[in-house]
Every structure is written in structure tokens, then in C-alpha cells.
Design a protein around this ligand. Structure first.
Ligand code: ADQ
Length: 478
């Protein structure tokens, strides 16, 4: 294939052998056809008008620096205190500061300039996630007409959620500058199309694509998955028990970044309700692994404190000298160990209040012994639920329902466990991450390219081809 693949994501993967489904899939895609991976440098510094070369083999990795102020306003601010809560239906946590949006646009504009300086005509670009919504819009203004795809890893916001933004109309305009807009689920696609249906600037073409200004964007779902065989292999690898002498009789597992979207307080409360109904002879444990994340943001400090309090209260109430019902581990655990913990668990709790997909649900299913599998308890608000109707689906706001599901899972017959697991595994295999990236890239290559707009040709000559009169000036690429 002649064209290079340029991937842009918030963070660059570390050096050495890549691990983790998404990183491996993108690594393989770039390594196969040649290309470049671009991401933010982990340390702040001076804003520069060139990339920093981080690695050169088997392909180039380029980093751009954020200043201290941009880290505050762009990353912790607009990305993680506006867009993240907004897309996870937590309008109450949105922190609207004008400098957040200003720097969000400024960082994307600077990154667009850096990319425009090095992009070649045949390159295709694949941009990842909510940190870069306006990147294609800014690239088009600089005269970059390459095929550009975007994948949103988190839920697509509803119209009501979008109206919380200072300039909601920008959202539709930014995304319309991509050629392919990849979302996790059919529900996300429906929300996105609803946004365009309500926007007088958008026109639906007979093939279902959306025409917006001079650009045509195709909106599709590409449910992300994991490297199923690799995770299953890690789970089945023989190893000494990680519990030592503290092996629980039976346990339910939860694995999540400590994020308010994951519904952890509800999960702990539900486990407490389940313990209320347990006979004294039963000694179940909840093993909750929840590493810290975005600790500088107040909402994350609050949820950390809340969870510690609930775990402490429940353990104080139910624990015995030889039994701690909730084992809460506030740090990351190695992938191999995580896989083995999944395999030995009787059930897995995924109780997200909103979640783009949730890969933990898929990892749990892949890790099971098909002859004696555990049971997945899955929030109906996680994207993963769309294709895993044979999990025990729960409403995460209803703690009694979760408590009942825990009991059902622990008492389920072997035959029912096998039958539910087989159906879930089929869905997990159908969305293997290697298929996910090849489907996305195959579709991007078939998308109609963006037509170059010559200076003055779009009625005023100052707008991106997808735009209808945005603020930007058409600038030369050099
Ligand atoms: P996340 O919100 O990070 O991802 P998720 O899909 O569950 O959520 O992926 C988390 C990954 O981190 C999993 O592979 C998991 O095993 C790993 N992980 C979590 N806790 C860990 C721990 N303590 N130690 C080691 N590893 C841990 C975002 C969206 C999701 C979407 C993904 C991918 O929010 O909805 O599924 O992107 O698109």
C-alpha cells in the first residue's frame, strides 16, 4: 500500500514490545503500511513549532509539548472537565471556563500546523478521541485534504448534553470535517445523526452520509474489542495463586480506572446489600482493582474519598477476623495477573453509569475457562451491552437489582453459565481488535475524499471545506 498511516492519540505508547489490545492493533496497522504515531509528550515544557522525535523504529513516533497552562486548560480543563463529563451524562460536573475552550482550540490549531508541515499527499490520518475533535477542521483550513478518520472512544453526547457547551454548534462543524466518523455503538450513531438532523447546515445524502459545507462525512459504528487469543492465553497460563494464604472462598471482580463514570459507589453499595442477605456460612469477596486517574481534577479527588469511605464502612460492618469482604486495591495490576484474577472469579461486575464500550467486560469473558466459566454482570449503559445480551444486564442506578444479579451469578447452574458464556464469547470474538482496525481503515480508504477549496471559491474564502463560515482564515500550508 503506497499511503502512510498517521495516527494521532493523546498519549504515545511506551517503547519496547507493545501490549494491550488497542495499542497492539494500532502498532500493527502502522508497522504494516508504514507511518507515524503522534501524541502529547508526557512532560510539559515550551510550546515548540516542531515535533520531538521520540522513536524511529519500526516507525516514527513524534511528540508535541504542552505548556503548563495548556495542560491545565486544554487537557485537565476542556478535555477532562468539560467534554468527558458531558459525554458521560454528568452535566453537573462540567466546569465551564472560557480559557479552557480557548486553549483547547489553540492546541489543536498548533498541532494541525505541525501535521500540515509534514503530511504527504497520499497519507491517511486516523485521529483518536475527544482531545482532538477540531483537528480535521483546523487541518482543512490549512489546505490538508487527505482522508481523515476519527474514532470517538467515549459515548456520543445527546443533543441535551451538547447544549451545555459554550458553542454547541462547533461540535457538529468540527466533526463534519472528517471523512469517516467512527463511534462505538449503533446507539452512538443514532445520537450523532440526530445532531445532524437538527442542524440546518447539514444535508443527508441518499447513501446515509452527511453533507456539511463542502465535506461529506460517513458516520458508522465500529465496536472496539480486545486481542481475544492473547488475553485468553495469559489467563490460562499456570501461576502460583496471587492470594497466598488469603485465598477467598469465592470472589467477584471489578477492574476500572477510578472514574465517576464507572459506577463504583453503586457497585460497593450493591455488594453491601448482597452481604445483608448472605447466610453466615458464605464468605464472598469483592476484589476491586481501581488505579488512580486524573487526580488533579476535583471530581476525581471526591470519588476517591467517597469510595474509601464506603469500603471502610462496609468492611467495618461485615468483616470478621478471618474475612475481609471488600478488598480494594488502588493501583494498577500487571496484565497477566489481571487475566488470571479474571479467570478464577465467579463473576465480574461492570456497573458503568455511561461507558463508550468497556473492555474489562470483554477481557473477563475472554479469560474464562469455557468448561467452567464465571458470569458477567454488565451495565446496560456500557457500549459492550449492545452485543452481549447474554450477560446479566443490570441498571447500575438500581443497587437492589445489582445485588440480586450477584446472587443469581454465584448460584447459577453450570449449564446456564456455559450457555451464557458461549454467547458472550462469540460477540467478543466478532469484535476482536485486529478486525476493528482493519474495518475502520478499509472503510476510510473507501470514503469520498474532501474536495480542495481554492481561495475565494467558498464564498468569502475564509473557511474550512466542511465549514459554513467559521472563524478561521484559510492559510497556506507551508
Ligand atoms: P477506559 O475508560 O479506560 O477506556 P476500558 O474500556 O474499561 O475503559 O479500558 C480499560 C483498560 O485498562 C482495560 O484494558 C483494563 O484491563 C485496563 N485496566 C483497568 N484497570 C486496570 C488496573 N488496575 N491495572 C491494569 N490494567 C487496568 C476508554 C472508554 C471505554 C472504551 C475504551 C476503548 O472509556 O468505554 O472501551 O476507551 O475504546
Amino acid at each position: 500500500m503506497p499511503e502512510r498511516l498517521i495516527v494521532v492519540s493523546n498519549r504515545l505508547p511506551g517503547g519496547g514490545k507493545p501490549s494491550g489490545g488497542l495499542v497492539v492493533a494500532l502498532h500493527d496497522a502502522i508497522a504494516d503500511r508504514g507511518g507515524i504515531w503522534i501524541g502529547a509528550h508526557p512532560e510539559t515544557g515550551e510550546a515548540s513549532d516542531t515535533f520531538e522525535e521520540v522513536e524511529t523504529t519500526p516507525y516514527r513516533k513524534l511528540a508535541f509539548r504542552l505548556t503548563e497552562e495548556e495542560q491545565e486548560n486544554y487537557y485537565l480543563g476542556f478535555a477532562n472537565s468539560v467534554l468527558w463529563p458531558l459525554c458521560h451524562r454528568r452535566g453537573d460536573l462540567v466546569d465551564l471556563q472560557s480559557e479552557y475552550e480557548r486553549d483547547y482550540i489553540a492546541v489543536n490549531r498548533r498541532l494541525a500546523r505541525l501535521i500540515a508541515d509534514m503530511v504527504e499527499e497520499e497519507d491517511i490520518l486516523w485521529i483518536h478521541d475527544y482531545h482532538f475533535l477540531p483537528l480535521a477542521y483546523e487541518l482543512r483550513k490549512l489546505g490538508v485534504f487527505n482522508r481523515i478518520g476519527f474514532f470517538l472512544h467515549i459515548p456520543f453526547p445527546s443533543l441535551a448534553d451538547l447544549s451545555v457547551l459554550p458553542t454547541p454548534a462547533s461540535f457538529a462543524e468540527w466533526l463534519a470535517s472528517y471523512n469517516l466518523l467512527g463511534l462505538q455503538t449503533r446507539r452512538d450513531v443514532a445520537r450523532c445523526l440526530e445532531m445532524y438532523r437538527s442542524d440546518p447546515r447539514a444535508e443527508f445524502l441518499p447513501d446515509g452520509t452527511v453533507k456539511f459545507g463542502m465535506n461529506v462525512v460517513s458516520v458508522r459504528s465500529f465496536p472496539i474489542g480486545i486481542d481475544v487469543a492473547d488475553f485468553a492465553r495469559a489467563a490460562a497460563e499456570p501461576a502460583p495463586s496471587p492470594f497466598g494464604r488469603e485465598e477467598p472462598d469465592e470472589y467477584v471482580i471489578g477492574v476500572d480506572r477510578l472514574d465517576y463514570s464507572k459506577g463504583l459507589p453503586n457497585r460497593f453499595h450493591a455488594f453491601g446489600e448482597f452481604l445483608e442477605t448472605c447466610p453466615d456460612t458464605r464468605r464472598p469477596c469483592l476484589i476491586q482493582i481501581a488505579p488512580p486517574t486524573r487526580e488533579q481534577v476535583k471530581a476525581y479527588q471526591d470519588i476517591t474519598r467517597e469510595l474509601e469511605e464506603i469500603a471502610g464502612r462496609l468492611n467495618g460492618r461485615f468483616a470478621a477476623l478471618d474475612w475481609t469482604p471488600i478488598r480494594y486495591i488502588h493501583r494498577a495490576v500487571e496484565r497477566e495477573e489481571l487475566a488470571r484474577l479474571h479467570r478464577n472469579a465467579k463473576a465480574c461486575l461492570v456497573t458503568s453509569l455511561a461507558d463508550g464500550m468497556n473492555l474489562v467486560a470483554k477481557e473477563f469473558v475472554a479469560a474464562q475457562d469455557p468448561d467452567d466459566p464465571g458470569v458477567l454482570i454488565l451495565s446496560k449503559f456500557a457500549g459492550a451491552a449492545e452485543d452481549m445480551g447474554q450477560a446479566l444486564l443490570v441498571n447500575p442506578y438500581n443497587t437492589s437489582e445489582i445485588a440480586e444479579a450477584i446472587e443469581t451469578a454465584l448460584d447459577m447452574s453450570l449449564e446456564e453459565r456455559r450457555q451464557r458464556h458461549a454467547a458472550c464469547l462469540e460477540a467478543v470474538e466478532a469484535s476482536d481488535v485486529s478486525l476493528w482496525s482493519s474495518h475502520f481503515l478499509g472503510m476510510l480508504e473507501r470514503c469520498m475524499p474532501t474536495l480542495p477549496v481554492r481561495r475565494g471559491a467558498a464564498g468569502g474564502g475564509g473557511e474550512a471545506p466542511g465549514g459554513t463560515g467559521g472563524s478561521g482564515m484559510m492559510a497556506d500550508r507551508a
